[in-house]
Design a protein around this ligand. Structure first.
Ligand code: KG4
Ligand code: ZN
Length: 347
């Protein structure tokens, strides 16, 4: 088949992205450009993403992101086969900016428009980067989401379980705030944890003894708060070593829970007797090295492959949206002008 080239747009959270991706002969994808305009600076002072600020920044930046993506790819819009856009789930203002922009581009150039579920974008990333074959086990772990999926096809996922409250990325971000570390909290906490002693604080491993793949992370953040306040009551402030040890203890608890629950999800997945069994991760928290090495050890223990996309493709980006759109298009799953913004949209 002739190669397909898609323009993808992503604006569901706090990154404005546009990317151009083309099919490769071996089935994977080639990223011709992947522009991410971060809003971190705008939200930093508020300690979290402010939806109104995010919406306005997406509206201001999305056209610029598209222009950059096309020019870096060295292509004009009329050399693109279709436009893919995140249609949800996410913050409605941002999703709308993307959908409106994509509709305009597609209508103006007479191109098909493909609505993509942001979670499917994350979950299909290992096929873009590694040409992974279905079915594979996916741990999707980000700032807003945490779930185990068996990916059977571009539009077919079985959910095995997930968080019943906070997502781990959110817990990393809250922990960073409690410890006076910068946002986004994940990389900051991971950095501090590198010099910390994970055994100094005994943090809980919520739901670990409960059967199934469901998880909980909100109690963990409360435990960090309590440990911090105990320190503050006993001394004149938090010392760097305290911050490092609290970070290490917190991160170890998250990694323990995610690894043990992955072990359980693996059992359900292996029951399907997949021809090339693989555990894959995606989402911002999949950038965490401590977690990656635990999961890769678990996979090795079972003699199966472990795939973790490069960091820039784990966090929010438009290449994964272009790719997911491309997979939908190849499978004949187009939605044309009916693409509407859906703030809530389970896979
Ligand atoms: O996938 P993502 O970019 O956005 C969505 O939530 O969809 O994920 C962002 C989250 C943030 O909470 C951030 O703190 C977390 O991923 N994160 C990390 C690391 N890098 C980013 N968490 C732990 N360790 C990291 N190295
Ligand atoms: Zn995401």
């Amino acid at each position: 088949p002739a190669p397909l080239t898609l323009l993808g747009l992503e604006s569901s959270c706090d990154d404005t992205g546009a990317a151009v991706v083309r099919t490769r002969a071996d089935g994977g994808g080639e990223i011709l450009s992947n522009v991410v305009i971060s809003q971190d600076d705008l939200h930093a002072a508020f300690g979290g993403v402010v939806p109104e600020i995010a919406a306005r920044a997406h509206a201001e930046k999305i056209d610029i992101a598209v222009e950059q993506a096309l020019s870096r790819a060295g292509l004009r819009l009329d050399q693109i086969d279709a436009v893919a856009v995140t249609a949800g789930p996410g913050l409605i203002g941002g999703v709308l900016s993307g959908v409106m922009c994509a509709r305009g581009l597609a209508a103006g150039a007479g191109l098909p428009l493909v609505g993509v579920n942001h979670l499917a974008g994350h979950a299909l990333t290992p096929r873009l980067t590694d040409g992974l074959a279905f079915p594979y086990l996916m741990l999707l772990v980000s700032g807003g989401h945490c779930q185990f999926l068996i990916a059977h096809g571009p539009d077919r996922f079985t959910r095995l379980g997930g968080t019943i409250d906070d997502a781990p990325g959110e817990a990393f971000d809250k922990t960073a705030r409690l410890l006076g570390l910068p946002q986004p909290g994940g990389p900051a906490v991971e950095g501090a944890a590198r010099d910390g002693d994970a055994r100094r604080f005994a943090f809980p491993r919520p739901l670990l003894n409960r059967p199934g793949c469901d998880m909980s992370f909100s109690g963990l953040k409360t435990a960090v708060l309590r440990a911090r306040d105990q320190l503050l009551a006993a001394q004149d402030g938090l010392y760097p070593q305290d911050v490092n040890d609290l970070s290490a203890g917190f991160q170890a608890a998250v990694a323990d829970v995610l690894t043990e629950k992955t072990r359980r999800a693996l059992a359900a997945y292996l029951d399907l007797q997949p021809p090339a069994p693989t555990i894959a991760v995606a989402g911002g928290v999949a950038a965490n090295d401590a977690l990656r090495s635990r999961l890769s050890a678990l996979a090795a223990e079972h003699g199966i492959s472990f795939v973790a996309p490069p960091l820039a493709l784990c966090t929010d980006n438009a290449a994964m949206i272009a790719w997911a759109g491309l997979e939908r298009l190849r499978a004949g799953l187009t939605d044309d002008a009916a693409v509407i913004a859906r703030p809530r949209w389970p896979l």
